[in-house]
Design a protein around this ligand. Structure first.
Ligand SMILES: CCCCCCCC(=O)SCCNC(=O)CCNC(=O)[C@H](O)C(C)(C)COP(=O)(O)OP(=O)(O)OC[C@H]1O[C@@H](n2cnc3c(N)ncnc32)[C@H](O)[C@@H]1OP(=O)(O)O
Length: 267
């Protein structure tokens, strides 16, 4: 669809259009950290400053069908978010460079805005989910406006840690994060955790105790641990704390039940 539209424009008009389409996507390579993987993911930065020939060379990667991984840094990530991302990411890099991974390192979990489509290659879900469906936590294009987060997993400890920066659109009480947004993030982290144990799962029960408000714009840690498994039930514990651990914001327990895909087709 995007490609068809672009064919009817001149190259430069096309470049401007695509640039606008991708306007929410900042160039990771301009940020002060040296992850080469990030630098390869922002070809649109060349549009305004290079010749037509270069633009043409760049276009194929623009129209790549590779989905955006939202768990990678963008320009809205603050200092604390970046510090923690770099901390956990450096430990997960060791796992890939090291000899053998026995689950003793953190693994960064990629995050897409149409999780099931990408997880299944789109074959199944393209038939049953409307084309405009997007994952709730990844559907706001303006970087930093809502849910900015990355989840890491440690298999040996059965533990997830999520670094979450709460944007200005998540306001509940003045200057603080809405309880529903906090619940959403707890559901997301514990649900991701339960899915790693045995996907697919659905949330059957979520109990939340709000202990102290989370300032809007701040970065917090959301940690989940496996409490117990009973057949198709997974019980997960979760806490939301300040990044230094000194302040407990929220505590929760969650129950996930394994389902079969046919469960989702019952309507
Ligand atoms: C990448 C991002 C990840 C994000 C993750 C987000 C996940 C979500 O938000 S899911 C959306 C919200 N959840 C839902 O809509 C679920 C709606 N509920 C359902 O579909 C069903 O009730 C479901 C799937 C939970 C359970 O149904 P079903 O598979 O038939 O299980 P069922 O046989 O009734 O119960 C299985 C066991 O779970 C227990 N159980 C079920 N529901 C509950 C509950 N609410 N509380 C406590 N126990 C429960 C049952 O007692 C039973 O226990 P046991 O095996 O010991 O007898």
């Amino acid at each position: 669809m995007v490609f068809f539209f672009a064919q009817s424009l001149s190259i430069l008009e096309m470049a401007r259009s695509v640039s606008r389409i991708f306007s929410g996507f900042r160039c990771f390579g301009s940020l002060p950290f040296g992850n080469t993987q990030l630098k390869t993911q922002c070809p649109s930065v060349l549009f305004r400053t290079t010749s037509e020939r270069t633009v043409v060379q760049v276009l194929p990667s623009i129209f790549s069908r590779k989905p955006r991984d939202f768990s990678l840094p963008n320009s809205s990530w603050g200092e604390e978010m970046m510090r923690l991302y770099n901390y956990y990411n450096s430990q997960s890099e060791e796992a890939t460079e090291g000899q053998e991974d026995h689950g003793e390192q953190w693994t960064r979990l990629p995050s897409y805005n149409r999780s099931l489509k990408y997880a299944t290659g789109g074959v199944y879900l393209s038939k049953i989910i409307q084309s405009k469906a997007r994952l709730f936590t990844r559907n706001i294009r303006d970087p930093g406006a809502a849910f900015e987060y990355v989840v890491f997993f440690r298999q040996d400890k059965q533990r997830c840690v999520c670094v979450f920066q709460a944007g200005h659109l998540l306001e509940g009480p003045p200057g603080h994060v809405h309880g529903g947004a906090i619940a959403t993030m707890i559901d997301t982290v514990t649900g991701t955790h339960a899915s790693l144990l045995s996907a697919p799962v659905m949330t059957a029960n979520l109990n939340i105790n709000y202990r102290s408000p989370i300032p809007l714009g701040s970065t917090v840690l959301i940690e989940s641990t496996l409490d117990k498994e009973e057949g198709k039930k997974k019980f997960i514990l979760c806490s939301v704390t300040s990044t230094d651990g000194s302040r407990v914001h929220t505590e929760a327990t969650a129950l996930f039940v394994s389902i079969s895909i046919s469960h989702l087709l019952r309507g």
